[in-house]
Design a protein around this ligand. Structure first.
Ligand SMILES: Cc1cc2nc3c(=O)[nH]c(=O)nc-3n(C[C@H](O)[C@H](O)[C@H](O)COP(=O)(O)O)c2cc1C
Length: 239
């Protein structure tokens, strides 16, 4: 081989290696989101012997706090139950599903039983102090939100709050997947019984949806089942 050709090949080889290095570093900086979403599944069996590190749990709670909500009103409270004695009586009100007790923590996602003008005033005060603006400058915005909330009947208002909570649930599940934490969204429970047993009604709350978090048990056969999802052609509509 001519030395010029050899040099060119070597140079191209180096360029290729450089490109691969750049790609690899970009990949390591970027989260493998699709991989994480394929890894996660609605965990049926948690390993009761494995607890989430405190720091990981705290990160998940930050994710909940950072969730978006309509007007930013955050009509939610996230009740964290780690104590297994408190959780054991919940199993019979969860269709017998043991995730609520075997997980590292059970997050009971709640909405307030009442939501009104005082909550909007509280939010306005929080906005004013966080952003360093006059409360009066937010009066029109506040009036608009009060008008919106005031026009909803109780059932529609409850539904509106639940929708915000489901957004937080989605964020939590995705964050769990990225953090290699297992989770299971759960609607299979009695809100009335949860509210009673956990004393949520006394806190002015009612449970909406659950999300136990922790680590999958080695024997959970659901972990290896293929994902059942419609094809892109069936669910994505491009106009
Ligand atoms: C709102 C909601 C409620 C759910 N309730 C339960 C439940 O009570 N128990 C359970 O084992 N799975 C529950 N699931 C899990 C779904 O069955 C599961 O997400 C779905 O079959 C897709 O499977 P995958 O999440 O494992 O990919 C629920 C999921 C959602 C989104």
């Amino acid at each position: 081989m001519y030395s010029a050709d050899r040099r060119r090949l070597e140079r191209n080889g180096h360029l290729l290696i450089d490109r691969l290095a750049v790609l690899a570093s970009a990949m390591s900086e970027k989260t493998d989101l699709i991989g994480a979403l394929n890894w996660r599944y609605a965990t049926k069996e948690f390993d009761a012997g494995k607890a989430l590190p405190t720091e990981t749990m705290e990160r998940l709670l930050v994710v909940l706090r950072l969730s978006a909500s309509s007007f930013g009103l955050q009509p939610w409270k996230f009740v964290v139950v780690e104590d297994r004695e408190k959780r054991e009586p919940l199993v019979e009100h969860s269709w017998g599903q043991r995730q609520v007790v075997d997980s590292s923590a059970l997050i009971v996602m709640c909405r307030p039983t009442e939501f009104g003008e005082a909550d909007i005033d509280r939010f306005l005060e929080s906005t004013a102090s966080t952003r360093g603006v006059d409360l009066e400058s937010l009066a029109e915005y506040g009036g608009m939100m009060k008008g919106f909330i005031g026009r909803l009947d109780a059932a529609t208002q409850a539904d509106w709050m639940s929708r915000q909570i489901y957004l937080a649930l989605g964020n939590l599940m995705t964050a769990c997947a990225i953090e290699k934490v297992d989770s299971c969204p759960m609607e299979g429970f009695s809100a009335v019984e949860y509210d009673r047993i956990l004393g949520l009604a006394d806190l002015g709350l009612t449970s909406v949806v659950l999300c136990p978090v922790g680590y999958r048990a080695a024997g959970d056969k659901y972990a290896s089942l293929a994902k059942v999802r419609y094809s892109a052609d069936e669910v994505i509509v491009r106009l």
